[in-house]
Ligand binder design. Sequence first.
Ligand code: FUB
Length: 339
Amino acid sequence: MRDTNINRTVLSSLKKGMAAGFGLGCMLLAAVPSNAQNVKIKEGNPVIKDKFTADPAALVHDGTVYLYAGHDEAPNDFHFYRMNEWLVYSSTDMVNWKEHPVPLKPADFKWAKGDAWAAEVIEKDGKFYWYVTVTHDDTHPGKAIGVAVADSPTGPFKDARGSALITNDMTTEYTEISWDDIDPTVFIDDDGQAYLFWGNTQAYYAKLKDNMTELDGPIIPVKGLPNFTEAPYIHKRKGNYYLSYAYQFPEKIAYAMSKSIEGPWEFKGILNELAGNSNTNHQAIIDFKGKSYFIYHTGGIQPNGGSFRRSVAIDRLYYNKDGTMKRVVMTTEGIDPAK
Ligand code: FUB
């Protein structure tokens, strides 16, 4: 962008200069900043450039990373989310991504009205379970969480229950808003117990039964997450549990840590700053081939990218010796191929 502006300045000065009878050499000396160079830098981010992709989730399976995202389809003059399908990509180096056929749509849930909002996939006993946010039909007004199942990480996925797993009326004792039951993140602990976390404004969690399609106990509000907006994400490393989440609005990503999946959670601060060009930032964290990665979205594709036309980006994530996470550096260059 900067180089282009400089080039325009040079050209228009040249035209004016030549018209005024100045020599070409004099004009170049006057118009070109001494440090101007046509430097080309690697542009690895955003990682998907031909479609707008949002709310990344990632699954590492058999030496491959599967990247799941909602498809942002809002036209340029439409100022809210328009999302009619989820997408899936795979890669063995996290730089070269292959797109697979559309694996799932809100229309695959007969009880849902639409809205392919944030979602996450996990593998258990050879089956792949995809927890999704959608808008429920008028029998349970508000956002809801459903679960789809497949035999392969790329699908085809089908509704695993024929009904929502979480509906808005299940959480009205904690908040009356109709969009608090969104953004599921699923985690299986070392003892095999699966947990679902989700929320907007208020974070919740519940145990899942062995079949991964039913709750196994009460819905419990999560405490200790200041300025929680949405997008909870659970991961575990070296005996520490991490709950990262979208903080304030427009969103930064913050995180808390605990020695138990059930808390108490200790707030640790900001992990990623404002994207700046998107109100939301929605993160996923994985380890792959010995390195840690922070996957998120920005409004990075210009000129039309923004809060409703987002794009998935990937940068490295680093830990401190005490297990806390270093602040993410969002880059244009992105990552080197994972080896
Ligand atoms: O993409 C729709 C919503 O925006 C998601 O569910 C939130 O996490 C935010 O990214």
